[in-house]
Design a protein around this ligand. Structure first.
Ligand SMILES: Cc1cc2nc3c(=O)[nH]c(=O)nc-3n(C[C@H](O)[C@H](O)[C@H](O)COP(=O)(O)OP(=O)(O)OC[C@H]3O[C@@H](n4cnc5c(N)ncnc54)[C@H](O)[C@@H]3O)c2cc1C
Length: 369
């Protein structure tokens, strides 16, 4: 480590920071994680179609083989014999990451500490924090992204316990489209854990966040129409995720950006958990091999498809519900789900392309964003 205090500084101990930390700690690398939180809570559920292994598989709280979308043309029911839609509980994820890090002498987690400026010095990097400065050979910046996206996924969700059994625990309702309250595409997402327990989330794909009050009133309404009887709110989650190709916070050359600020959210969906795991594998592999990490999550053609898709829903939001419904209705089983999970397999991409209406996509493809 020569004159530096630590080998690898990880700024931000959220999903991405802890994901890279457990991999580097397992390899015995000297790391220091800087995180402002003093304690972790079960603050979110990360759901995704699992297409690859990661170190947090035992944090999966529930798994489904069937999922639905309801659009203007009615209900589409899909499922898979091989793919699972899984939900990782953040509380279990944080517990596991923290215990793996605590087991390693060379790994330090500085809670209650905020990272400030980073500057290149003769040997490595100087990092200023609320607890003083320190030096590191490498810096991974996985702090909350401050850059505002031009388009995003905004949502408010509540995990509720209901008096009456109003949910089907076998089927995730991915999208039940509604008349838009935002200036984009609005839908309800329901993750059923039991007949009387689910995460119900109201979501907008839109250029701007409709705001907490609009979401809260809408969510009250959606829960009410379930006729649930007495409702207990167990947990609430709220988010704003970038849906923008090329989204990343600007960074100094040599600093590795990870997580949402490192472009981990899939531009066409906002989903990020599985991509953060892929990014963590790539960054860890490079650092352990002594190479500069250059994580690459998408190939050029996937980025092009995402850009065209976003262009269509941004310019024709009223067509969004029919487009999503059409995709889930027409795409070959598993291929759409794999594509949405980040597959770059040409057959998966082809299946998605042939399920989209030609004209608006051709127009969007010819428009420069
Ligand atoms: C409520 C919610 C639900 C989501 N659900 C899903 C889902 O179902 N599926 C999916 O794929 N994706 C989901 N996402 C998107 C994405 O997976 C998460 O946002 C994920 O947590 C992003 O990881 P991250 O490390 O980039 O950010 P975070 O996990 O938010 O971590 C950023 C960290 O940086 C820390 N930080 C901030 N400022 C500083 C500073 N100055 N110094 C040091 N540290 C700092 C923060 O305290 C935080 O711990 C969800 C997001 C939210 C908010």
């Amino acid at each position: 480590m020569s004159s530096t205090d630590t080998d690898i500084a990880i700024l931000g101990g959220g999903c991405a920071g802890l994901s890279i930390a457990v991999r580097l700690a397992a390899a015995g690398r000297n790391i220091r994680i800087i995180e402002p939180r003093k304690t972790y809570t079960d603050d979110r559920a990360w759901s995704f179609w699992r297409t690859r292994p990661d170190p947090f598989e035992d944090c999966v709280r529930a798994s489904w083989t069937k999922w639905d979308v309801t659009g203007p043309g009615g209900l589409v029911q899909r499922g898979s014999d091989t793919l699972r839609y899984q939900s990782v509980a953040a509380g279990a994820f944080y517990d596991k990451a923290l215990s793996l890090i605590a087991d390693k002498k060379a790994a330090t987690l500085s809670l209650g500490t905020t990272a400030g400026s980073i500057s290149k010095v003769a040997q490595g990097w100087q990092i200023d924090t609320s607890d003083g400065g320190f030096r590191a050979n490498h810096v991974i910046d996985a702090r909350t992204a401050q850059t505002k996206p031009t388009y995003g996924q905004f949502f408010l969700g509540r995990e509720i316990q209901t008096e009456r059994p109003v949910f089907d625990p076998d089927r995730v309702h991915l999208m039940a489209f509604r008349k838009a309250r935002s200036s984009g595409v609005d839908f309800v997402y329901t993750l059923p854990y039991a007949r009387d327990r689910a995460l119900v989330e109201v979501t907008s794909f839109a250029p701007t966040n409709p705001g907490h009050d609009v979401f809260a009133a809408w969510l009250d309404f959606e829960i009410d129409i379930l006729n649930p009887g007495q409702v207990t709110v167990l947990r609430q989650e709220e988010g704003a995720l970038p849906m923008q190709t090329g989204f990343a916070v600007p960074h100094q050359g040599g600093v590795v950006n990870m997580g949402l600020g490192g472009g981990a959210a899939r531009p066409s969906t906002g989903y990020a958990f599985a991509r953060i795991q892929a990014q963590a594998d790539q960054v860890a592999q490079a650092l352990l091999a002594g190479q500069p990490p250059r994580p690459q999550l998408d190939r050029a053609f996937t980025t092009f498809m995402d850009r065209v898709f976003l262009q269509v829903i941004q310019t024709m939001p009223d067509r969004g519900p029919a487009l999503f419904e059409g995709l889930f209705r027409k795409a070959t089983p598993d291929r759409l789900e794999r594509f949405l999970s980040g597959s770059v397999h040409p057959v998966d991409r082809l299946s998605v392309m042939t399920s989209l209406p030609t004209l608006p996509f051709l127009r969007a493809a010819m428009t420069r964003s």
